[in-house]
Write a protein that binds this ligand. Sequence first.
Ligand code: C2O
Ligand code: CU
Ligand code: CU
Length: 565
Amino acid sequence: MGRLRTYPMSTMKPIAFCAASLLSLSASAQFSNPLAIPPALDLDTFDLVVDEHVHEFYPGLLTPTYGASAEYLGPTLLIHKNDTARIRVHNDLAQITNMHWHGLHVPAEFDGGPPREIAPGDVWDVKYQVKNPAGTYWYHPHPHEFTAEQANMGIAGFIIVQDDEEAALDLPRTYGVDDFPIVVQDRRFLANGSFVFGPFGDSVLVNGTPRPYLECPAQVVRLRLLNGSNARIYPLGFEDDRPFAVIASDGGLLNAPVTMDRIPLSNGERAEILLDLTGMEGDSLLLMSFGSELPATVPGSSYILWESSALSGIDFPVLRIRVTTPTASPVTAVPATLGTAQPYDESLATNTRMKILSGTGMVGMGMFYINGQMFDLNVINDTIALGAMEVWTIENISNMAHPFHIHGGSFFVLDRNGAAPPAWERGAKDVVLVDAGESVRVIMRFDDYTTDGWPFMYHCHNLLHEDNMMMAQYIVVDPNTGSTEKHVRTGATVFPVPSDRSIAFEADFDIVAIEVSDPTGLAVRRTKGNGATKGSLDIGMLPAGPYILNLIGATGSVRVKFVRE
Ligand code: C2O
Ligand code: CU
Ligand code: CU
């Protein structure tokens, strides 16, 4: 908060970008807030305290937020490959949460998907050895049906894995000096400062800073880009279309830099780029999102039938880079070779699976399915043999693009509609955007750990789709010893969704009380349960909209969403 500069009075409201003024000098000159850089922690044990806060994104406007040991977002965790990461996640929220280490190949027990719950006031002790190569990963909460809301409120942070191979390269790696974390999020603010929860926002935040500028030395600098938005997809590049070198994808270094002038980032995807600012001291340039270039089927386009947003379908600035004096020992060239990760050989695959993405709807509403199914906490969708190398074909027959994410490690893209993927997409990945009508094949190895009863997820990383059940789960079993699915969490169901009269619900415990609240948590109805596992509720008197049904048992409760039509 202390880093924010004072805005002139005229800009004190949240800014809905106006397309006509976006590229004018005066609009870009307003990028006058120094970019917040989350602190980088290199600790034996990390404590992440998830709590409610208030943050001043815009002067005079107080926004209720959640953060991880911060008012908004959380610290960057620095971890060395092969070291043991110890993380204590403290839940100081008034609701259940958990934490997921997106992209890391960790034992399922510590993966922090929906089966894991940290009750309010509880602490979850996480411990895993870091097996991924050097790269940019991230953490965010992943509770059943509430991932989008908690992430939207601000819980997320970077994980930077370091290793000896990367350290031997002449790359910028001084955090906050020539190596910068850049998470791009769009948010919508109400006049009273509160976030509006939805698929799109009309204010761009970078590391939580609106209209930010970043001072970069006049040399080769490294930007670790992350799309941390709910649903918007960003084709990033610079205002003058200058080329940059993509050096890493989701799961670490590419084998060689790829020169590009755009890097498309879908939700959850990362890219590390090198930008050569040599000789540019005193100059400045804008990092842009070229939304006008998105196909109609990709969220962030101006597709007329989807939720409207002032930023959709247009090109808008994300970050102003101001070039300053070079450092004492600058990196001045992009190395010609980088990592050594080899894509898996398809001939070694031991199994294949089809994952068909179907359904139709808007970006934040509608029903989308994986193989015709909705997510069910009680159902294991795939059982995979330990050590298997599998080819998954992800085919999208729905009406929009979905960023498909698999937990448990990284995969390689084999092909896109039968053609080799573009060079930037040939590194280790854990999110791949599959556009409507596309078919993408990926190859992944399920090694090191059986899931030991804690399933891994795969899902659409449009967070609203994910929470609306566009997700499935797999387990990894040792064929010699078998497995028990002991931590498959049971829960509750409600149907039909949506409904205009009454809903029926069922839990796997005796319901002693029922509470209905609106999405902000305000209770609108409370009744006693009948002590049975099922019942029904008249919702005819409720105004239309989404609600949360809290089924309370003797020893715990389960929250499920329903919609009054
Ligand atoms: Cu970024 Cu299932 O997660
Ligand atoms: Cu993940
Ligand atoms: Cu989706």
